[in-house]
Design a protein around this ligand. Structure first.
Ligand code: GLC
Length: 538
Protein backbone atom coordinates (compact mmCIF):
# COMPACT_ATOMS: atom_id res chain seq x y z
CA UNK A 1 0.00 0.00 0.00
CA UNK A 2 1.46 3.32 -1.04
CA UNK A 3 0.02 6.73 -0.28
CA UNK A 4 -0.59 8.56 -3.53
CA UNK A 5 1.53 11.59 -2.87
CA UNK A 6 4.61 9.40 -2.88
CA UNK A 7 3.86 7.89 -6.28
CA UNK A 8 5.80 8.92 -9.36
CA UNK A 9 3.93 9.98 -12.49
CA UNK A 10 4.75 6.67 -14.14
CA UNK A 11 3.15 4.81 -11.23
CA UNK A 12 0.05 6.93 -10.82
CA UNK A 13 -0.57 7.54 -14.51
CA UNK A 14 -2.06 5.68 -17.44
CA UNK A 15 0.01 5.32 -20.62
CA UNK A 16 -1.60 5.56 -24.06
CA UNK A 17 0.30 4.13 -27.00
CA UNK A 18 0.12 5.98 -30.31
CA UNK A 19 1.24 4.35 -33.53
CA UNK A 20 1.94 7.65 -35.33
CA UNK A 21 1.36 6.29 -38.85
CA UNK A 22 -2.20 5.44 -37.89
CA UNK A 23 -3.39 8.20 -35.57
CA UNK A 24 -4.16 11.31 -37.63
CA UNK A 25 -2.97 12.40 -41.06
CA UNK A 26 -2.76 16.20 -41.46
CA UNK A 27 -0.82 16.30 -44.73
CA UNK A 28 -3.13 14.18 -46.87
CA UNK A 29 -0.64 11.44 -47.75
CA UNK A 30 -2.56 8.62 -46.10
CA UNK A 31 -0.07 8.32 -43.21
CA UNK A 32 -0.47 9.85 -39.75
CA UNK A 33 2.00 12.45 -38.50
CA UNK A 34 3.12 14.36 -35.40
CA UNK A 35 0.94 17.37 -36.19
CA UNK A 36 -1.94 14.89 -36.09
CA UNK A 37 -0.96 13.93 -32.56
CA UNK A 38 -0.81 17.61 -31.58
CA UNK A 39 -4.28 18.14 -33.06
CA UNK A 40 -5.65 15.32 -30.90
CA UNK A 41 -4.05 16.30 -27.59
CA UNK A 42 -7.28 17.85 -26.34
CA UNK A 43 -9.04 14.57 -27.02
CA UNK A 44 -6.35 12.63 -25.15
CA UNK A 45 -6.48 15.00 -22.23
CA UNK A 46 -10.25 14.74 -22.05
CA UNK A 47 -10.03 10.96 -22.22
CA UNK A 48 -8.09 11.11 -18.96
CA UNK A 49 -4.76 9.47 -19.80
CA UNK A 50 -1.48 10.76 -18.36
CA UNK A 51 1.32 9.87 -20.76
CA UNK A 52 1.71 9.21 -24.47
CA UNK A 53 4.08 6.61 -25.82
CA UNK A 54 4.88 7.30 -29.45
CA UNK A 55 6.05 4.39 -31.59
CA UNK A 56 9.05 5.42 -33.76
CA UNK A 57 8.94 8.60 -35.84
CA UNK A 58 12.68 8.68 -36.68
CA UNK A 59 14.05 8.96 -40.22
CA UNK A 60 13.63 5.47 -41.60
CA UNK A 61 13.35 3.57 -44.87
CA UNK A 62 10.31 1.93 -43.16
CA UNK A 63 11.33 -1.67 -43.78
CA UNK A 64 9.76 -2.33 -40.34
CA UNK A 65 7.73 0.89 -40.20
CA UNK A 66 10.18 2.93 -38.22
CA UNK A 67 11.74 0.18 -36.10
CA UNK A 68 14.57 0.47 -38.63
CA UNK A 69 16.12 3.76 -37.57
CA UNK A 70 18.43 5.69 -39.92
CA UNK A 71 19.00 8.59 -37.49
CA UNK A 72 18.23 8.45 -33.76
CA UNK A 73 18.19 12.23 -33.40
CA UNK A 74 15.73 13.45 -35.99
CA UNK A 75 12.17 13.10 -37.26
CA UNK A 76 11.26 11.47 -40.58
CA UNK A 77 9.84 14.13 -42.97
CA UNK A 78 6.81 11.86 -43.30
CA UNK A 79 5.95 12.68 -39.68
CA UNK A 80 7.18 16.30 -39.46
CA UNK A 81 10.46 17.68 -38.16
CA UNK A 82 12.19 18.46 -34.88
CA UNK A 83 10.28 21.72 -34.58
CA UNK A 84 6.99 19.79 -34.79
CA UNK A 85 8.28 17.41 -32.15
CA UNK A 86 9.26 20.29 -29.86
CA UNK A 87 5.78 21.76 -30.25
CA UNK A 88 4.28 18.38 -29.45
CA UNK A 89 6.28 18.18 -26.22
CA UNK A 90 5.37 21.75 -25.25
CA UNK A 91 1.67 21.28 -26.04
CA UNK A 92 1.54 17.95 -24.24
CA UNK A 93 3.24 19.35 -21.15
CA UNK A 94 0.83 22.29 -21.13
CA UNK A 95 -1.91 19.70 -20.76
CA UNK A 96 0.02 17.79 -18.10
CA UNK A 97 0.64 14.88 -20.44
CA UNK A 98 4.04 13.16 -20.33
CA UNK A 99 5.86 12.08 -23.50
CA UNK A 100 7.46 8.66 -23.79
CA UNK A 101 9.25 7.81 -27.01
CA UNK A 102 10.33 4.53 -28.52
CA UNK A 103 14.07 3.88 -28.41
CA UNK A 104 15.37 1.12 -30.65
CA UNK A 105 18.79 0.17 -29.29
CA UNK A 106 19.17 -3.38 -30.61
CA UNK A 107 19.39 -2.58 -34.31
CA UNK A 108 19.64 0.30 -36.74
CA UNK A 109 18.50 0.57 -40.32
CA UNK A 110 20.95 -0.71 -42.92
CA UNK A 111 20.75 2.89 -44.15
CA UNK A 112 22.08 4.32 -40.87
CA UNK A 113 25.43 6.06 -41.56
CA UNK A 114 27.01 3.80 -38.90
CA UNK A 115 26.12 0.67 -40.85
CA UNK A 116 26.99 2.19 -44.21
CA UNK A 117 30.45 2.81 -42.76
CA UNK A 118 30.63 -0.56 -41.08
CA UNK A 119 29.91 -2.55 -44.23
CA UNK A 120 32.50 -0.62 -46.26
CA UNK A 121 35.52 -2.76 -45.36
CA UNK A 122 36.69 -5.30 -42.82
CA UNK A 123 39.00 -2.74 -41.24
CA UNK A 124 36.55 0.13 -41.10
CA UNK A 125 36.61 1.78 -37.63
CA UNK A 126 32.88 1.02 -37.32
CA UNK A 127 33.21 -2.62 -38.40
CA UNK A 128 32.92 -3.84 -34.82
CA UNK A 129 29.81 -1.72 -34.17
CA UNK A 130 27.81 -4.55 -35.75
CA UNK A 131 28.14 -8.34 -35.85
CA UNK A 132 30.24 -9.40 -38.84
CA UNK A 133 31.31 -13.02 -39.06
CA UNK A 134 32.89 -15.31 -41.62
CA UNK A 135 30.73 -18.03 -43.16
CA UNK A 136 30.54 -21.30 -41.19
CA UNK A 137 33.29 -23.84 -41.87
CA UNK A 138 31.25 -25.66 -44.49
CA UNK A 139 29.78 -22.41 -45.87
CA UNK A 140 26.48 -20.77 -44.97
CA UNK A 141 25.52 -18.57 -41.99
CA UNK A 142 27.83 -18.43 -38.94
CA UNK A 143 25.24 -19.97 -36.59
CA UNK A 144 21.73 -21.43 -36.69
CA UNK A 145 19.76 -18.45 -35.37
CA UNK A 146 16.55 -17.58 -37.17
CA UNK A 147 14.94 -14.19 -37.70
CA UNK A 148 11.67 -13.35 -35.92
CA UNK A 149 10.39 -12.43 -39.39
CA UNK A 150 11.44 -15.66 -41.11
CA UNK A 151 14.63 -16.93 -42.70
CA UNK A 152 18.09 -16.98 -41.16
CA UNK A 153 19.24 -14.19 -38.81
CA UNK A 154 22.27 -13.62 -41.05
CA UNK A 155 22.70 -12.00 -44.45
CA UNK A 156 25.81 -12.38 -46.59
CA UNK A 157 27.50 -9.23 -47.77
CA UNK A 158 29.41 -10.10 -50.94
CA UNK A 159 31.57 -6.99 -50.97
CA UNK A 160 33.47 -7.98 -47.80
CA UNK A 161 32.74 -11.72 -47.81
CA UNK A 162 31.12 -11.80 -44.35
CA UNK A 163 27.68 -12.21 -42.86
CA UNK A 164 25.96 -9.64 -40.58
CA UNK A 165 23.42 -10.42 -37.86
CA UNK A 166 19.79 -9.28 -37.88
CA UNK A 167 17.06 -10.98 -35.84
CA UNK A 168 14.34 -9.00 -37.60
CA UNK A 169 14.44 -7.76 -41.24
CA UNK A 170 17.71 -7.95 -43.13
CA UNK A 171 17.42 -4.14 -43.22
CA UNK A 172 17.81 -4.11 -39.38
CA UNK A 173 21.46 -5.00 -38.64
CA UNK A 174 22.16 -5.47 -34.92
CA UNK A 175 24.42 -3.19 -32.93
CA UNK A 176 27.25 -4.68 -30.91
CA UNK A 177 26.57 -3.43 -27.38
CA UNK A 178 29.81 -4.96 -26.08
CA UNK A 179 31.63 -2.21 -27.99
CA UNK A 180 32.06 0.84 -25.68
CA UNK A 181 31.77 3.28 -28.59
CA UNK A 182 28.33 1.89 -29.46
CA UNK A 183 27.21 2.32 -25.87
CA UNK A 184 28.50 5.87 -25.68
CA UNK A 185 26.84 6.82 -28.97
CA UNK A 186 23.52 5.29 -27.93
CA UNK A 187 23.62 6.91 -24.49
CA UNK A 188 24.00 10.25 -26.23
CA UNK A 189 20.78 9.62 -28.16
CA UNK A 190 18.95 9.28 -24.83
CA UNK A 191 20.43 12.56 -23.63
CA UNK A 192 19.48 14.26 -26.90
CA UNK A 193 15.78 13.53 -26.29
CA UNK A 194 15.80 14.13 -22.55
CA UNK A 195 17.22 17.60 -23.23
CA UNK A 196 14.25 18.16 -25.54
CA UNK A 197 11.91 17.35 -22.67
CA UNK A 198 11.12 13.68 -23.26
CA UNK A 199 9.89 12.09 -20.02
CA UNK A 200 10.63 8.47 -20.73
CA UNK A 201 11.60 5.76 -23.17
CA UNK A 202 9.99 2.53 -24.25
CA UNK A 203 13.02 0.44 -25.09
CA UNK A 204 12.50 -1.90 -28.02
CA UNK A 205 13.52 -5.57 -27.51
CA UNK A 206 15.87 -4.49 -24.75
CA UNK A 207 16.54 -8.09 -23.69
CA UNK A 208 18.19 -8.74 -27.05
CA UNK A 209 20.95 -6.15 -26.90
CA UNK A 210 23.47 -8.54 -25.34
CA UNK A 211 23.99 -11.91 -26.96
CA UNK A 212 26.13 -14.87 -26.03
CA UNK A 213 29.78 -13.83 -26.41
CA UNK A 214 30.47 -16.79 -28.69
CA UNK A 215 27.16 -16.59 -30.56
CA UNK A 216 26.58 -20.28 -29.93
CA UNK A 217 23.90 -22.22 -31.83
CA UNK A 218 20.47 -22.29 -30.20
CA UNK A 219 19.13 -25.75 -29.30
CA UNK A 220 16.09 -27.14 -31.14
CA UNK A 221 12.67 -26.39 -29.68
CA UNK A 222 11.06 -29.73 -28.81
CA UNK A 223 7.63 -28.05 -28.66
CA UNK A 224 7.75 -26.32 -32.01
CA UNK A 225 4.35 -26.62 -33.73
CA UNK A 226 4.36 -29.09 -36.61
CA UNK A 227 2.75 -26.72 -39.10
CA UNK A 228 5.30 -23.89 -39.03
CA UNK A 229 6.02 -22.15 -42.32
CA UNK A 230 9.22 -23.61 -43.84
CA UNK A 231 11.10 -20.34 -43.33
CA UNK A 232 10.18 -19.98 -39.64
CA UNK A 233 13.61 -21.02 -38.40
CA UNK A 234 13.09 -18.88 -35.28
CA UNK A 235 10.25 -20.89 -33.74
CA UNK A 236 12.10 -24.15 -34.39
CA UNK A 237 14.75 -23.15 -31.84
CA UNK A 238 14.81 -22.33 -28.15
CA UNK A 239 15.93 -18.75 -27.67
CA UNK A 240 18.84 -19.48 -25.35
CA UNK A 241 21.88 -17.63 -26.65
CA UNK A 242 20.36 -14.74 -28.58
CA UNK A 243 18.48 -12.95 -25.76
CA UNK A 244 18.16 -12.49 -22.01
CA UNK A 245 21.84 -13.12 -21.21
CA UNK A 246 22.91 -12.53 -17.61
CA UNK A 247 25.40 -9.90 -18.70
CA UNK A 248 22.67 -7.67 -20.12
CA UNK A 249 22.01 -6.43 -16.56
CA UNK A 250 25.17 -4.34 -16.12
CA UNK A 251 24.24 -2.58 -19.37
CA UNK A 252 20.71 -1.93 -18.09
CA UNK A 253 22.24 -0.36 -15.00
CA UNK A 254 24.33 1.92 -17.19
CA UNK A 255 21.25 2.91 -19.20
CA UNK A 256 19.46 3.70 -15.95
CA UNK A 257 22.43 5.79 -14.91
CA UNK A 258 21.94 7.91 -18.01
CA UNK A 259 18.22 8.34 -17.30
CA UNK A 260 19.07 9.36 -13.75
CA UNK A 261 21.21 12.23 -15.03
CA UNK A 262 17.83 13.96 -15.54
CA UNK A 263 14.89 14.40 -13.16
CA UNK A 264 12.11 11.86 -12.90
CA UNK A 265 12.49 10.13 -16.28
CA UNK A 266 11.16 6.66 -16.81
CA UNK A 267 12.62 3.59 -18.49
CA UNK A 268 10.20 0.98 -19.82
CA UNK A 269 11.51 -2.13 -21.55
CA UNK A 270 9.98 -4.56 -24.00
CA UNK A 271 10.71 -7.92 -22.38
CA UNK A 272 9.33 -11.40 -22.43
CA UNK A 273 10.49 -14.60 -20.79
CA UNK A 274 9.76 -16.57 -17.63
CA UNK A 275 8.73 -14.61 -14.53
CA UNK A 276 11.85 -15.36 -12.50
CA UNK A 277 14.10 -13.98 -15.23
CA UNK A 278 11.77 -11.14 -16.24
CA UNK A 279 11.61 -9.74 -12.71
CA UNK A 280 15.40 -9.27 -12.73
CA UNK A 281 14.99 -6.35 -15.14
CA UNK A 282 13.86 -4.16 -12.24
CA UNK A 283 17.36 -4.64 -10.86
CA UNK A 284 18.38 -6.08 -7.51
CA UNK A 285 17.07 -3.02 -5.71
CA UNK A 286 15.37 -1.01 -8.41
CA UNK A 287 18.50 0.13 -10.24
CA UNK A 288 17.50 -1.07 -13.73
CA UNK A 289 14.17 -0.45 -15.47
CA UNK A 290 11.28 1.35 -13.80
CA UNK A 291 8.85 -0.84 -15.70
CA UNK A 292 9.77 -3.97 -17.60
CA UNK A 293 6.68 -4.27 -19.79
CA UNK A 294 4.42 -7.00 -18.46
CA UNK A 295 2.71 -8.89 -21.28
CA UNK A 296 1.50 -11.74 -19.12
CA UNK A 297 -2.19 -10.91 -19.50
CA UNK A 298 -1.73 -10.56 -23.25
CA UNK A 299 0.35 -13.39 -24.59
CA UNK A 300 -1.28 -16.78 -24.81
CA UNK A 301 -4.20 -15.84 -22.56
CA UNK A 302 -7.67 -17.20 -23.15
CA UNK A 303 -10.77 -15.43 -21.82
CA UNK A 304 -10.59 -17.21 -18.52
CA UNK A 305 -11.04 -15.60 -15.09
CA UNK A 306 -9.00 -18.21 -13.20
CA UNK A 307 -6.10 -18.02 -15.62
CA UNK A 308 -6.05 -14.21 -15.45
CA UNK A 309 -6.15 -14.25 -11.67
CA UNK A 310 -3.38 -16.85 -11.60
CA UNK A 311 -1.17 -14.62 -13.70
CA UNK A 312 -1.82 -11.52 -11.59
CA UNK A 313 -1.33 -13.37 -8.31
CA UNK A 314 1.93 -14.93 -9.52
CA UNK A 315 3.17 -11.52 -10.58
CA UNK A 316 2.21 -9.89 -7.29
CA UNK A 317 4.01 -12.68 -5.42
CA UNK A 318 7.15 -12.41 -7.55
CA UNK A 319 7.59 -8.65 -7.27
CA UNK A 320 10.03 -7.37 -4.69
CA UNK A 321 8.78 -4.44 -2.60
CA UNK A 322 10.51 -1.80 -4.67
CA UNK A 323 9.10 -3.08 -7.98
CA UNK A 324 5.99 -1.42 -9.38
CA UNK A 325 3.69 -3.63 -11.49
CA UNK A 326 2.31 -2.76 -14.91
CA UNK A 327 -0.07 -4.36 -17.37
CA UNK A 328 -0.28 -4.36 -21.14
CA UNK A 329 -3.23 -5.99 -22.90
CA UNK A 330 -2.64 -4.84 -26.46
CA UNK A 331 -0.08 -3.14 -28.68
CA UNK A 332 0.99 -2.72 -32.31
CA UNK A 333 2.24 -6.32 -32.50
CA UNK A 334 -0.80 -8.16 -31.14
CA UNK A 335 -4.39 -8.77 -32.03
CA UNK A 336 -7.08 -6.32 -30.80
CA UNK A 337 -8.82 -7.07 -27.48
CA UNK A 338 -12.34 -7.42 -28.89
CA UNK A 339 -11.05 -9.87 -31.48
CA UNK A 340 -8.85 -11.83 -29.11
CA UNK A 341 -11.25 -12.13 -26.20
CA UNK A 342 -14.42 -12.85 -28.17
CA UNK A 343 -16.26 -9.57 -28.68
CA UNK A 344 -17.21 -6.14 -27.42
CA UNK A 345 -18.67 -7.43 -24.15
CA UNK A 346 -15.36 -9.06 -23.28
CA UNK A 347 -13.40 -5.97 -24.37
CA UNK A 348 -15.39 -3.92 -21.86
CA UNK A 349 -14.65 -6.29 -18.99
CA UNK A 350 -10.99 -6.37 -20.08
CA UNK A 351 -10.86 -2.56 -19.90
CA UNK A 352 -12.12 -2.65 -16.31
CA UNK A 353 -9.50 -5.25 -15.44
CA UNK A 354 -6.68 -3.26 -17.03
CA UNK A 355 -7.67 -0.01 -15.35
CA UNK A 356 -8.31 -1.34 -11.85
CA UNK A 357 -5.38 -3.68 -11.23
CA UNK A 358 -2.49 -2.47 -9.09
CA UNK A 359 0.08 -1.13 -11.54
CA UNK A 360 0.55 1.14 -14.52
CA UNK A 361 -1.78 0.30 -17.41
CA UNK A 362 -0.92 0.86 -21.06
CA UNK A 363 -3.82 1.40 -23.47
CA UNK A 364 -3.24 0.90 -27.19
CA UNK A 365 -4.83 3.56 -29.40
CA UNK A 366 -8.30 2.65 -30.60
CA UNK A 367 -9.00 0.22 -27.76
CA UNK A 368 -11.09 2.96 -26.16
CA UNK A 369 -13.51 2.73 -29.08
CA UNK A 370 -13.38 -1.06 -29.19
CA UNK A 371 -11.53 -1.31 -32.50
CA UNK A 372 -11.36 -4.84 -33.85
CA UNK A 373 -8.78 -6.54 -36.08
CA UNK A 374 -9.29 -5.43 -39.67
CA UNK A 375 -8.92 -8.19 -42.25
CA UNK A 376 -6.20 -7.17 -44.71
CA UNK A 377 -6.40 -8.55 -48.25
CA UNK A 378 -3.09 -10.32 -49.05
CA UNK A 379 -2.16 -7.77 -51.72
CA UNK A 380 -2.48 -4.95 -49.18
CA UNK A 381 -0.22 -6.46 -46.53
CA UNK A 382 2.51 -4.04 -45.45
CA UNK A 383 4.06 -5.70 -42.40
CA UNK A 384 7.30 -7.59 -43.10
CA UNK A 385 6.22 -10.30 -40.68
CA UNK A 386 3.03 -10.89 -42.71
CA UNK A 387 4.87 -10.66 -46.02
CA UNK A 388 7.48 -13.23 -44.96
CA UNK A 389 5.62 -15.61 -42.66
CA UNK A 390 2.17 -15.61 -44.23
CA UNK A 391 -0.97 -13.45 -44.15
CA UNK A 392 -2.20 -14.91 -40.84
CA UNK A 393 0.90 -13.51 -39.12
CA UNK A 394 0.50 -9.94 -40.33
CA UNK A 395 0.40 -7.28 -37.64
CA UNK A 396 -1.35 -4.85 -39.99
CA UNK A 397 -4.70 -6.00 -38.58
CA UNK A 398 -4.17 -3.96 -35.40
CA UNK A 399 -2.46 -0.97 -37.05
CA UNK A 400 -5.33 0.40 -39.13
CA UNK A 401 -6.26 4.11 -39.06
CA UNK A 402 -7.89 5.53 -35.95
CA UNK A 403 -11.60 6.09 -36.43
CA UNK A 404 -12.41 9.68 -35.53
CA UNK A 405 -15.78 10.29 -37.15
CA UNK A 406 -18.28 8.98 -39.70
CA UNK A 407 -16.96 11.21 -42.51
CA UNK A 408 -14.72 10.19 -45.41
CA UNK A 409 -11.71 8.13 -44.28
CA UNK A 410 -13.11 8.18 -40.74
CA UNK A 411 -11.64 11.65 -40.29
CA UNK A 412 -8.17 10.09 -40.30
CA UNK A 413 -7.14 11.36 -43.75
CA UNK A 414 -8.87 13.92 -45.98
CA UNK A 415 -11.50 12.66 -48.45
CA UNK A 416 -10.18 10.94 -51.55
CA UNK A 417 -6.83 9.96 -50.04
CA UNK A 418 -5.81 6.28 -50.02
CA UNK A 419 -4.91 5.47 -46.42
CA UNK A 420 -1.76 3.37 -45.86
CA UNK A 421 -3.85 0.51 -44.47
CA UNK A 422 -7.56 0.00 -45.11
CA UNK A 423 -10.11 1.37 -42.67
CA UNK A 424 -12.36 -0.90 -40.65
CA UNK A 425 -15.78 -1.42 -42.27
CA UNK A 426 -17.50 -0.52 -39.02
CA UNK A 427 -16.07 2.98 -38.77
CA UNK A 428 -19.32 4.82 -39.65
CA UNK A 429 -20.70 3.59 -36.32
CA UNK A 430 -17.52 2.87 -34.36
CA UNK A 431 -15.76 6.21 -34.15
CA UNK A 432 -14.84 8.77 -31.50
CA UNK A 433 -17.55 11.28 -32.46
CA UNK A 434 -20.41 8.77 -32.45
CA UNK A 435 -19.31 7.00 -29.28
CA UNK A 436 -18.77 10.30 -27.45
CA UNK A 437 -22.45 11.02 -27.94
CA UNK A 438 -23.49 7.62 -26.62
CA UNK A 439 -23.47 7.54 -22.81
CA UNK A 440 -23.33 3.73 -22.82
CA UNK A 441 -20.53 3.29 -25.34
CA UNK A 442 -17.20 1.65 -24.62
CA UNK A 443 -15.62 5.11 -24.99
CA UNK A 444 -17.87 6.41 -22.23
CA UNK A 445 -16.81 3.42 -20.15
CA UNK A 446 -13.12 4.23 -20.66
CA UNK A 447 -13.75 7.85 -19.67
CA UNK A 448 -15.55 6.75 -16.50
CA UNK A 449 -12.86 4.22 -15.62
CA UNK A 450 -10.07 6.72 -16.17
CA UNK A 451 -11.95 9.35 -14.20
CA UNK A 452 -12.51 7.01 -11.26
CA UNK A 453 -8.91 5.88 -11.26
CA UNK A 454 -7.72 9.47 -11.24
CA UNK A 455 -9.88 10.49 -8.29
CA UNK A 456 -9.72 7.37 -6.12
CA UNK A 457 -6.31 6.91 -4.51
CA UNK A 458 -6.97 3.25 -3.66
CA UNK A 459 -7.31 2.49 -7.37
CA UNK A 460 -3.85 3.96 -7.98
CA UNK A 461 -1.56 3.09 -5.12
CA UNK A 462 -3.81 0.80 -3.10
CA UNK A 463 -3.06 -2.80 -2.23
CA UNK A 464 -4.38 -5.67 -4.33
CA UNK A 465 -6.00 -8.69 -2.71
CA UNK A 466 -7.75 -11.47 -4.62
CA UNK A 467 -11.07 -12.62 -3.16
CA UNK A 468 -12.22 -16.24 -3.41
CA UNK A 469 -15.77 -16.77 -4.61
CA UNK A 470 -17.78 -19.84 -5.49
CA UNK A 471 -17.48 -19.42 -9.27
CA UNK A 472 -14.20 -19.86 -11.08
CA UNK A 473 -15.39 -17.76 -14.02
CA UNK A 474 -15.70 -14.63 -11.88
CA UNK A 475 -12.56 -12.73 -10.89
CA UNK A 476 -12.89 -10.64 -7.73
CA UNK A 477 -10.29 -8.52 -5.96
CA UNK A 478 -10.16 -5.57 -3.65
CA UNK A 479 -8.05 -2.46 -3.72
CA UNK A 480 -7.50 -0.53 -0.52
CA UNK A 481 -5.60 2.36 0.93
CA UNK A 482 -6.22 3.24 4.59
CA UNK A 483 -10.02 3.23 5.07
CA UNK A 484 -10.78 3.58 1.36
CA UNK A 485 -11.71 0.21 -0.17
CA UNK A 486 -13.09 -0.96 -3.49
CA UNK A 487 -14.16 -4.34 -4.69
CA UNK A 488 -13.84 -5.19 -8.37
CA UNK A 489 -15.92 -8.12 -9.59
CA UNK A 490 -15.55 -9.27 -13.20
CA UNK A 491 -17.91 -11.85 -14.61
CA UNK A 492 -16.10 -13.61 -17.45
CA UNK A 493 -19.09 -15.91 -18.03
CA UNK A 494 -21.69 -15.31 -20.74
CA UNK A 495 -24.38 -15.96 -18.13
CA UNK A 496 -25.41 -14.28 -14.88
CA UNK A 497 -23.70 -15.14 -11.60
CA UNK A 498 -24.76 -14.38 -8.05
CA UNK A 499 -21.95 -14.34 -5.52
CA UNK A 500 -21.41 -14.10 -1.82
CA UNK A 501 -18.40 -11.93 -1.01
CA UNK A 502 -16.79 -13.34 2.12
CA UNK A 503 -16.66 -10.94 5.04
CA UNK A 504 -18.71 -8.19 3.38
CA UNK A 505 -22.36 -7.24 3.73
CA UNK A 506 -23.11 -4.14 1.68
CA UNK A 507 -21.45 -1.77 -0.76
CA UNK A 508 -22.26 0.69 -3.48
CA UNK A 509 -21.79 0.05 -7.21
CA UNK A 510 -19.87 3.03 -8.58
CA UNK A 511 -19.57 1.72 -12.09
CA UNK A 512 -20.79 -1.21 -14.16
CA UNK A 513 -19.34 -2.09 -17.57
CA UNK A 514 -22.98 -1.85 -18.73
CA UNK A 515 -23.01 1.80 -17.55
CA UNK A 516 -26.54 1.52 -16.26
CA UNK A 517 -26.34 1.20 -12.52
CA UNK A 518 -25.03 3.06 -9.52
CA UNK A 519 -26.73 1.63 -6.49
CA UNK A 520 -26.39 0.09 -3.08
CA UNK A 521 -25.98 -3.69 -3.26
CA UNK A 522 -25.94 -6.50 -0.83
CA UNK A 523 -22.69 -8.43 -0.98
CA UNK A 524 -23.97 -11.70 0.39
CA UNK A 525 -25.86 -12.03 -2.91
CA UNK A 526 -24.14 -9.81 -5.47
CA UNK A 527 -25.88 -10.29 -8.82
CA UNK A 528 -23.74 -9.84 -11.92
CA UNK A 529 -25.18 -10.04 -15.39
CA UNK A 530 -23.48 -11.94 -18.24
CA UNK A 531 -20.11 -10.31 -19.05
CA UNK A 532 -20.57 -7.63 -16.45
CA UNK A 533 -17.84 -6.05 -14.40
CA UNK A 534 -18.50 -3.74 -11.47
CA UNK A 535 -16.52 -1.49 -9.16
CA UNK A 536 -18.05 -1.39 -5.70
CA UNK A 537 -17.18 1.06 -2.98
CA UNK A 538 -17.01 -0.71 0.37
C1 GLC B 1 9.52 -4.91 -31.25
C2 GLC B 1 8.47 -4.01 -31.83
C3 GLC B 1 8.08 -4.55 -33.17
C4 GLC B 1 9.30 -4.53 -34.07
C5 GLC B 1 10.46 -5.30 -33.44
C6 GLC B 1 11.75 -4.99 -34.12
O1 GLC B 1 9.05 -6.16 -30.97
O2 GLC B 1 7.39 -3.91 -30.95
O3 GLC B 1 7.04 -3.82 -33.76
O4 GLC B 1 8.98 -5.11 -35.31
O5 GLC B 1 10.64 -4.94 -32.09
O6 GLC B 1 12.16 -3.69 -33.83
Amino acid sequence: MIANDTLHWWQRGVVYQIYPRSFKDTTGNGVGDLQGVIDKLDYLQSLGIDALWLSPFYPSPMADFGYDVADYCDVDPLFGDLATFDRLVAEAHKRRLKIIIDWVPNHTSDQHPWFIESRRSRDNPKRDWYFWRDPAAGGGPPNNWGSFFGGPAWTYDASTGQYYLHQFCKEQPELNWRNPEVKAAMFDTLRFWMKRGVDGFRMDVIGLIIKDKDLRDNPPNPNAPANLPANDLFSRLLQVYNMDQDDVHPVLREIRGVLDEYDDRCGIGELWGPLDRWVKYYGEHGEELHLPFNFRLMDGMAWNAGQMRGVVDALEAALPDFAWPNYVLGNHDRTRLATRFGGQAQARVASMLLLTLRGTPTIYYGEEIGMEDVPIPPEKIQDPQGLNLGPERTRDVCRTPMQWDAGPNAGFSPAGVATWLPLADDYPARNVAALTDDPKSILSLYRRLLGLRRTRPALQGGSYRPVDVAYDDVYVYDRAVFAERYLVALNFAAEPRTLAIPGETTGRVLLSTHLDREEAVSLDALALRANEGVIIEL
